[in-house]
Write a protein that binds this ligand. Sequence first.
Ligand code: OFO
Length: 165
Amino acid sequence: MLSKRIEKALNDQIRIEAESSQIYLAMACWAEVKGLEGVAGFMYSQSDEEREHMLKLIKFVNERGGHAHISALKAPNVTFKSFKEMFEKLFEHEVFVSESINNLVHISLEEKDYATHNFLQWYVSEQIEEEAVARTILDKINMIGNDKGGLYLFDRDIEQITVNT
Ligand code: OFO
């Protein structure tokens, strides 16, 4: 059985994962209308992954005697000054999510809820991976700068970059 404090904290995380999914969906749309199919495809799959993170939390809360809440979401940014800015936002957002997961882990220990603590370890590992992918992409984007040819190649190869990280 979940304590009220844990239930509330998990529900907050459910909202954050849902918002992450929307944020990346908006990025996918922006990249798609700008003609970068590879980047758009990457962002669509990031968005799907975030929805899976959300669903995993929802199932966990409901199975442990809590009630997962589906709440209103903040509207995401839909336009960006540049691809560099978009990927900076992606990285910043992943760092924010990692902090939020760490905070949840902390609460689970304070509440002596070892089942939730154990469940959250998957998210801890996932965040290490997601931050690493975002950092790799950002490094590449910084190397490309304003080079249009570089951006073309980056768009073509982005799936490879993420698979090899
Ligand atoms: Fe990209 O973060 Fe979910 O957990």
